[in-house]
Design a protein around this ligand. Structure first.
Ligand code: DQA
Length: 145
């Protein structure tokens, strides 16, 4: 099984940006934690981060036929991008939406997720652990339930 982990803009600034909201774990900690979980569960993962919407669309398209699951935190593009929604719908790969912070308790503009419609599960407010929870869900095949 191969899982693609996609992170959007400013997630590479974890550990530096708004620590009161996103915590002090760094982006490297996040990637390391995903690799540890993948190793424990015996799955292959690829981690990708970009600050550019089109690059994220390209990466989703390239996953078609090659990847069994996607974990995505599109960051600010969550709340704006129909292009990401369309790309996820196009490839039709089981996808989990992850947010480090509890978006539902934040500003009203963060209450909208365009991509949610293409995701079978959403995990918010669990910090970097949310990514491991998402990987576990995909490995368990929760999208079939
Ligand atoms: C985020 C929440 C978004 O609203 C924000 O733009 C981010 C990170 C999160 O992981 O909590 O950059 O997706």
């Amino acid at each position: 099984m191969k899982i693609l982990i996609i992170n959007g803009p400013n997630i590479n600034m974890l550990g530096i940006r708004e620590k009161n909201i996103y915590g002090s774990e760094t982006f490297d900690n996040l990637i390391e934690s995903c690799h540890k979980t993948a190793q424990k569960l015996g799955v292959e993962i690829e981690c990708y981060q970009s600050n550019h919407e089109g690059d994220l669309v390209d990466k989703i398209q390239q996953a078609y036929g090659k990847v069994d699951g996607i974990v995505i935190n599109p960051a600010a593009y969550t709340h704006t991008s129909i292009a990401l929604l369309d790309a996820l719908k196009a490839v039709n790969i089981p996808t989990v939406e992850v947010h480090i912070s509890k978006v539902e308790e934040r500003e009203s503009f963060r209450q909208i997720s365009y991509i949610r419609d293409a995701c079978y599960k959403t995990i918010t407010g669990c910090g970097i652990k949310g990514y491991s929870m998402a990987i576990e869900s995909l490995v368990k095949g929760e999208y079939n339930k």
